[in-house]
Structures are given as structure tokens and as C-alpha cells.
Design a protein around this ligand. Sequence first.
Ligand code: AMP
Length: 187
Amino acid sequence: MRIVLLGAPGSGKGTQAKLLEEKLNIPHVSTGDLFRAAIANKTPLGLAAKEVMDRGDLVADEITLGMLKERITQADASNGFILDGFPRNLAQAEMLETLFKELDMALDHALLIQVDPDEVVARIAKRAEIEGRTDDTEEVVRNRLNVYAEQTAPVADYYKKQDIVTEILGKGSIEDVQARIQAILRF
Ligand code: AMP
């Protein structure tokens, strides 16, 4: 099964994706995590991405797509994967469609996790305390939310036009949200 998880920063995508990874036994592929690993390992990719990420802007599409392609063509992703953080703009959504055609793959579900903006800010503040992400400062979070509204929100409309997106209420406990997702995916 190939799933795209959509939602604002702090909507709980990553948490839900990790639970789905265990349930479905397919990898959780987070482009943000891949970039953070590249930064930690001081690879050329990481060096290129760090400054952009620390501002809360998007890393160049071609760089991100190359990294994603490398990940989803690994053996453990042959039965499917859960994409978290990609596509992040319309150009990436189109690139993903082309890549899927090239790899003879299809997208099964796009799930949009809906959370109130106030809730998102509160969740990110909590995560900042726990994880210490350098892009979870107030100013950078504001920019990331703007980038989401301007560039990523249209991706949901793109999938709506293809009739492939399902909205999930992101309210309540982690288990509540997971149960809603599982009901949609029927397992
Ligand atoms: P995330 O962990 O998904 O919140 O991503 C953290 C940061 O990584 C983002 O603010 C971007 O700078 C970068 N990033 C993650 N995914 C993408 C993507 N698909 N395209 C461009 N930049 C990305």
C-alpha cells in the first residue's frame, strides 16, 4: 500500500505514520527525517539542506525528489510506504506522479490530517521542548506555517481533484486519530 500523509506542521503526521509503519509493516518515509539524518552525518546533501531548513523554507524540489527516489526504491519499500512530508508543493506532486509512472507504482491513499491552527502551535511548542529541533523556534514555525498554507495546502486540492484524498479529524488522542485512519484504510 502506498500512502501520502498530508497535514500542517504539528498535525501529528509523523506520529501517525510511525504507528502505521508498525501496523502495515511498510516503511515510514519522512523527507524531513532523511534531511535531518543527512545533516547529522554531514553529507553534501545535509550541508545543502541545513540553511534552508533552519529558515523553515523548502529545500529545492530536484534535490528532495532525488533523495526520495533513492529511498523508495530500496528493497524494504517494495510492498509500499507511507510518505510524510512529501509532496510539499504542486511541482512535487506532479514529480511524484511521474516518478510513480516510471517505477510502475500507484498511490492508494492520500490522507489529510486536519487540526486547528491553535492546536498546531501548541503541539509544536511541546515538541520543541522534547526534541529540540532547530526549526521549532517561534519565528521559524511561523514561516513553516506560511509555507504550508501557500505551497502545501494546494497539494490536498490536487489530490481532491483525483478523488484520492480523505480528510481525517486530527483532534483527540493519538489512538483516536489512528483509529480513524485505520477505519479509512480498512484494517
Ligand atoms: P518536516 O520534518 O517534514 O517538518 O520537514 C522539516 C524541513 O525539512 C522542512 O521545513 C523543509 O525545510 C525540509 N523538507 C522536508 N520535506 C521537504 C520537501 N518535500 N520538500 C522540500 N523541503 C522539505
